[in-house]
Design a protein around this ligand. Structure first.
Ligand SMILES: [Zn+2]
Length: 75
């Protein structure tokens, strides 16, 4: 399965309903690290209906800024 945000990475199942019912699964993308649940509303699971603002199609992830840079250690 492809990632619903970047449309390039492969989604991996990282958790499943522990009772084995298949009621829900959680996925993460190996490219952009986005995570989502299988139980999200359909409009959020379908890349065609997701808000374009939240998509990362064609984004060079290596050029993104680190949101919370770690300051140097104090001496
Ligand atoms: Zn992705």
């Amino acid at each position: 399965m492809k990632c619903i945000r970047c449309l390039e990475g492969e989604a991996t199942v990282v958790a499943k309903a522990p009772d084995g019912s298949g009621a829900w699964e959680i996925y993460t993308c190996d490219r952009c690290n986005f995570g989502w649940r299988s139980t999200e509303p359909a409009r959020l699971l379908d890349p065609a209906t997701r808000e374009p603002f939240f998509q990362m199609v064609g984004v060079d992830l290596d050029k993104l800024l680190t949101p919370c840079p770690i300051p140097p250690l104090r001496k």
